[in-house]
Design a binder for this molecule. Structure first.
Ligand code: K7E
Ligand code: CUA
Length: 784
């Protein structure tokens, strides 16, 4: 039963009453009826049917029923894991639960997302500005690889990072409120693919470039490719205290103009090192229009490419010792310096490699050959021995030492045609590799080299992920195959197909498919999943909070202190939102004014989000409880601009409205009074007051119940009581206004204020009854 439903029953009279009370209850009842009817309809009993009947009717097998039972999550149920998936070209992050595969949120990251006000309020516009490239706003991203912050090699659930391949940028999402806090643009690259990969204590976040380019914005002809075009690998310093990446403390390895690809950070014995695969070490520069074979031929001609091995720990020490110089305002370790200091080595890799995954124990690195059928397992111990013995087969054209494949390789295993990425199981040595060409997942053991199981997946698999699969202790249990496009799998929706995330049960020795989930947002690339109980998101902000900087907003204002400040043509409106009105309701400015509307949501109850949308100004704010959000625009055209709340926050949500009046230059008010459409009498006023007095009795009863219980032990109730106290305070202030008007015989205003007084009471009662129900349902104890 819904809470509103309970409210309805609670206020509905069960005993005969006096006329006044009867009227009160019928009024309260009407106010609550709307929301109640919907919830009652949802409670209607279903016609009795057996499981067998349903199976027959829908053509389901026993296997289907078993899969359904493993994923179905009844109403109110929670998921064991929370997945964060790249939203591909949408530039967003998709949050969903596992095993239910229910989508919980799209987080706006590189792309504006209006529901969250992201890219529409001043605060988040500042975040997006961090990603400006050559002075231009870039309002999308080709997001690829999310990574969860780690402590001692375990996911800690504090932050999420994701990269944009198209314009080499990284974003920081704070998981305490699931909001994007920072976007940084790489100071050297023109694209990145090898991000984000975190070191075991999130000391650094790795970002490798993909398509070699000059480090500056100047023109350099392709003829100078070998000398002037460069790849690279940035280790972004993460300041955990501030929750931000530090531009000043990060450093970049200058790398040859190969196409650096994915990375992973070492852990355990390989802690302090990073690994980056690459393709196109041919340094082919294409040119179909010049009669040359295309990139795809020139970039896959050689049998091997290079894995780059970098020592970030030693590099960080050099930076700290002041031995690295800055270029473009950021530390750059030249190839010359890296070679001289033993920071950089190459190892041959299989043809057109992809994926680069460090095993949970940090001893092995697995790279796949896209055009090969093998996964190649490198031994970190052997790599270290080769370096110690100076056992190099040669150097590349940039003098970087190359460790021979034989010296570094542990084994290569035939896993299927077109292997890409590898993820790890909770069982030691067991891993899963996505096989693109054969469209399958191969389960194998990288210690024994044995293939254990294969499972055909739908189509075009890219990445795959296991639960906490990048940590030093993966949970196994489930695997998600991230498939690109989904022909033949779902109801058709036109030529652009949804993507398909397939949930696979890996808790037994053979894999079983559980669920297909269409993702209608963008190519998924990679996803990460964390145990749900490691996430502790807040459900409201401290009042007057700038959520993007995580500090008090200078634009916050308290109830009753709302104001408009003008300085020349610059206007700041300090406003508030609370059920069910926006203060101010009328904003008057002059043509040409630059206007900022700052709104603080005064509510604490977690469902009391208000929105703010205005005609013709491209404004849409999401103001969650406590948040202060701002919108700045130029009122460049005289006119009438209605605004309103965009969240269905209360029964009188539609009435949560107002007008921005932009007066033409030189406008002079006529001095006429505004007139209401209805005239009220003394009798109307008295009837309303009688209703209010009776409503107060209900409120007192509820307050009596709450305060006689240990309500302070229930944070949800405390929030509701705080909101209710606010509303009741407003009711008292409004009562005085009503009575003052009545004393003057101004029945029009007396009646209107009396009605507003009642509106505050209804909200108080609604909040109070929700609090009471929560206490009753959660075993609150009587204390008085
Ligand atoms: Cu293989 Cu960008 Cu990780 Cu896509 S990448 S698949
Ligand atoms: Cu506030 Cu609708």
């Amino acid at each position: 039963m819904q809470i509103r439903h309970v409210v309805w029953i609670a206020v509905y009279p069960t005993k005969p009453m006096r006329g006044d009370k009867m009227k009160l209850f019928s009024k309260l009842a009407v106010a609550l009826m709307l929301v109640t009817v919907c919830s009652m309809m949802a409670d209607r009993p279903v016609q009795a049917q057996t499981l067998q009947e349903v199976m027959k009717e829908r053509g389901l097998t026993e296997k289907d029923i078993l899969a359904a039972a493993k994923t179905y999550t009844p109403t109110g149920g929670r998921d064991e894991y929370i997945a964060f998936s790249s939203g591909g070209q949408s530039g967003q992050v998709i949050v969903y639960g596992i095993p239910s595969m229910r989508i919980l949120k799209y987080i706006g990251v590189f792309t504006p997302e209006p529901w969250q006000g992201y890219g529409f309020d001043d605060e988040s516009k500042e975040v997006l500005k961090g990603g400006r490239t050559m002075g231009k706003d870039i309002l999308y991203g080709d997001s690829h690889h999310p990574a969860i912050s780690e402590t001692d090699g375990e996911y800690d659930g504090r932050y999420l990072f994701i990269n944009d391949k198209a314009n080499p940028r990284l974003a920081v999402i704070d998981l305490h409120d699931f909001e994007t806090k920072q976007i940084v643009a790489n100071p050297f690259f023109k694209s990145d693919h090898g991000g984000c990969f975190v070191t075991p204590n999130t000391e650094y976040v790795m970002e490798a470039s993909q398509y070699a380019a000059p480090y500056g914005d100047e023109f350099v002809p392709l003829e100078e490719f070998n000398e002037k075009y460069r790849g690279g690998l940035t280790y972004w310093k993460f300041d955990r205290e501030a929750g931000r990446l530090s531009y000043e403390e990060s450093f970049t390895f200058e790398l040859p103009p190969y196409s650096q690809d994915l990375c992973d950070a070492g852990k355990g014995p390989s802690y302090g090192w990073g690994f980056t695969n690459s393709f196109c070490s041919e340094r082919y520069i294409g040119g179909i229009e010049r009669g040359r074979p295309p990139f795809e031929a020139g970039c896959s001609a050689k049998d091997t490419d290079f894995m780059h091995v970098t020592n970030w720990k030693k590099a960080a020490e050099l930076v700290a010792a002041g031995k690295v110089t800055k270029v473009n305002g950021s530390y750059l370790i030249t190839m010359e310096q890296a070679i001289a200091e033993d920071l950089l080595f190459l190892i041959p890799e299989p043809k057109s490699p992809h994926g680069c995954d460090v095993s949970p124990d940090g001893k092995s690195i697995i790279v796949s050959g896209k055009l090969d059928s093998h996964a190649w397992v490198y031994s970190f111990e052997k790599i270290m021995k080769a370096i110690a013995d100076r056992n190099f087969e040669s150097t590349d054209s940039y003098n970087i030492p190359i460790i021979s494949l034989e010296a570094a390789l542990d084994k290569s295993v035939n896993v299927g045609l077109g292997p890409l990425h590898t993820q790890f199981d909770s069982e030691d040595g067991v891993c899963y590799t996505s096989i693109y060409v054969d469209s399958q997942v191969t389960k194998w053991n990288y210690r024994t080299g044995k293939v254990l199981d294969t499972m055909p997946i739908h189509y075009n698999i890219g990445h795959l992920m296991t639960m906490e699969g990048d940590s030093k202790s993966p949970d196994g249990k489930y695997l998600v195959a991230l498939n690109k496009l989904s022909i033949d799998r779902f109801n058709p929706v036109g030529p652009l197909h949804p993507q398909n995330h397939q949930l696979i049960d890996i808790s037994k020795s053979t894999m079983t498919l559980l669920y297909d989930m269409p993702i209608p947002l963008g190519e998924p690339h990679y996803a990460v999943a964390i145990k749900a109980d490691k996430l502790q998101p807040i459900n409201r902000y401290k009042t007057g909070w700038n959520s993007r900087t995580d500090e008090k907003s200078p634009w916050r204002v308290r109830a009753g202190r709302e104001k408009v400040e003008r300085n020349g043509n610059r206007v700041h409106v300090y406003g508030t939102t609370i059920r069910s009105h926006i203060t101010p309701e009328i904003i008057e400015v002059q043509e040409g004014d630059v206007v900022s509307i700052h709104l603080t949501n005064l509510e604490r109850a977690e469902d009391e989000v208000h929105g703010f949308s205005m005609y013709g100004q491209n404004i849409q704010l999401s103001i969650e409880p406590g948040k202060t959000a701002s919108a700045t625009f130029t009122a460049d055209k005289a006119g009438v601009y209605p605004y309103y709340c965009t969240e269905f926050c209360s029964a009188l949500h539609l009435e949560m409205q107002g007008y921005l009046l932009v007066q033409p230059k030189g406008y002079v008010a006529t001095g006429a009074e505004m007139e209401e459409g209805v005239t009220y009498t003394k009798e109307d006023y008295e009837t309303q007051v009688a209703t209010n007095v009776a409503t107060q009795e209900v409120i007192d009863m509820v307050v009596g119940f709450i305060t006689s219980h240990n309500y302070a032990d229930f944070p949800i109730v405390v929030a509701l009581v705080e909101d209710a106290t606010d509303q009741l305070g407003f009711a008292a202030e409004t009562q005085i206004k009503a009575e003052t008007a009545a004393a003057e015989g101004d029945w029009q205003n007396a009646m209107l204020w009396a009605n507003q007084w009642w509106q505050y009471q209804v909200k108080t009662a609604d909040l109070g009854l929700r609090a009471k129900t929560h206490l009753e349902e959660n075993g609150a104890k009587k204390v008085k």
